[in-house]
Ligand binder design. Structure first.
Ligand SMILES: [Ca+2]
Ligand SMILES: [Ca+2]
Length: 358
């Protein structure tokens, strides 16, 4: 578990601060102020029905779930799933694309809003004390490498809750996205991704669609490119070296990479492994695949109707897939096509983004 969690988007399990950080904006968003609700309601389809930048993923039947010994329990049992054909963004949504959305709608992301403690505490274990006001600010989680080896059970060593960090300022105040139009947008919550999709006339992929697409037409392969280990050649943007203090950058990138920097998979999809984690539409349940298996050959599954993560039972979570520039074979191996990740719909991090389907 320790190893697994090192690049987990929801890295906020172990401390009150952590729980607070990951959960607070979710409840803020759910309850929301009137202005926040209005900002969502006012988003309408931009009218662009073209398939520019998308590729068609032919439908088919596949075995969904883990393919090797790195697979976690929630990737089993492997089970048969059929998905209909759909169109998918060929790359992660970029800063330039997200900027157009914000310009058109005035949308304010989760990370740019101050959390509301009265709403937040409803989603926390009973008796959770209120965090210091200094924590209840518009902020997001920024990865910061350490200078030496650290206790890998302590996420606070490399994740910082940074006031002012958001998609326009990925590292916090003083940082910006100038010259990074074609980089994946980050610090995007699931709610933010849904708002973008609404504007774009698209939607988030289901978890089954995402995995089917990531497999690129290969049967039971471990990675989007097949079974060859990620260290053989240049495959994807991941973390090479000793986490979180030594990044060998053999893939050429310390942090984010521009989209389409690596070879696409068999469906011409880029970065289905690594770069940024990608939100899916589905709720996360650790035991969902058992339910799916019992249902037999399921077609276009939409995921469970509720969420349960035994790591954080009070926090409903959505699925994220594909791994990020922080993933390493020694822990989460998030670039495996079957790896499941989960985080609360409000959480944004410096390695979290998305792509859409229609
Ligand atoms: Ca890298
Ligand atoms: Ca990705």
């Amino acid at each position: 578990m320790m190893n697994y969690l090192r690049c987990k988007p929801s890295i906020l399990v172990l401390s009150l601060l952590s729980i607070t950080v990951v959960s607070c904006q979710q409840t803020t968003k759910q309850a929301g102020t009137d202005s926040e609700k209005d900002s969502l309601i006012s988003i309408s389809f931009n009218g662009d029905t073209s398939k520019t930048g998308m590729v068609y993923i032919p439908g088919g039947t596949f075995m969904m779930g883990g393919d090797n010994e790195q697979a976690d329990k929630d990737e089993f049992p492997k089970h048969q799933v059929t998905v209909s054909g759909f169109w998918m963004d060929e790359h992660e949504v970029t800063n330039a694309q997200f900027a157009k959305f914000v310009e058109a709608t005035g949308y304010i992301t989760t990370a740019e809003r101050k959390p509301n403690w009265e709403e937040l505490k409803k989603q926390l274990p009973p008796g959770t004390p209120k965090p210091d006001d200094s924590q209840l600010v518009a902020a997001s989680l920024v990865f910061t490498p350490t200078t030496s080896e650290v206790d890998l059970n302590d996420y606070s060593q490399w994740w910082r809750w940074v006031e002012g960090a958001n998609w326009k300022h990925p590292e916090g105040p003083g940082s910006d996205i100038k010259g990074k139009d074609n980089y994946p947008v980050v610090h995007i919550s699931w709610d933010d991704a849904m708002a973008y999709c609404k504007w774009a006339g698209k939607r988030l992929p289901t978890e089954a669609e995402w995995e089917f697409a990531a497999r690129g037409g290969l049967q039971n392969a471990i990675y989007p490119w097949g079974n060859e280990h990620i260290s053989k050649g240049i495959k994807a943007n991941s973390w090479e070296g000793s986490f979180p203090y030594q990044n060998l950058k053999k893939d050429g990138f310390d942090g984010l990479a521009p989209v389409k920097s690596f070879k696409p998979n068999g469906y011409q999809l880029y970065d289905m492994a690594g770069n940024v984690w990608e939100w899916c539409a589905d709720w996360y349940r650790n035991d969902y695949y058992e339910t799916a298996k019992q249902a037999g050959d399921i077609t276009n599954p939409q995921g469970p109707t509720d969420s349960y993560d035994p790591d954080e039972p009070y926090t409903p979570k959505k699925v994220a897939r594909g791994g990020s520039f922080l993933c390493n074979d020694s822990y989460c191996s998030g670039y495996r096509v079957a790896r499941r990740m989960k985080s609360s719909p409000d959480s944004g991090l410096s390695n979290m983004g998305f792509r859409c389907v229609r």
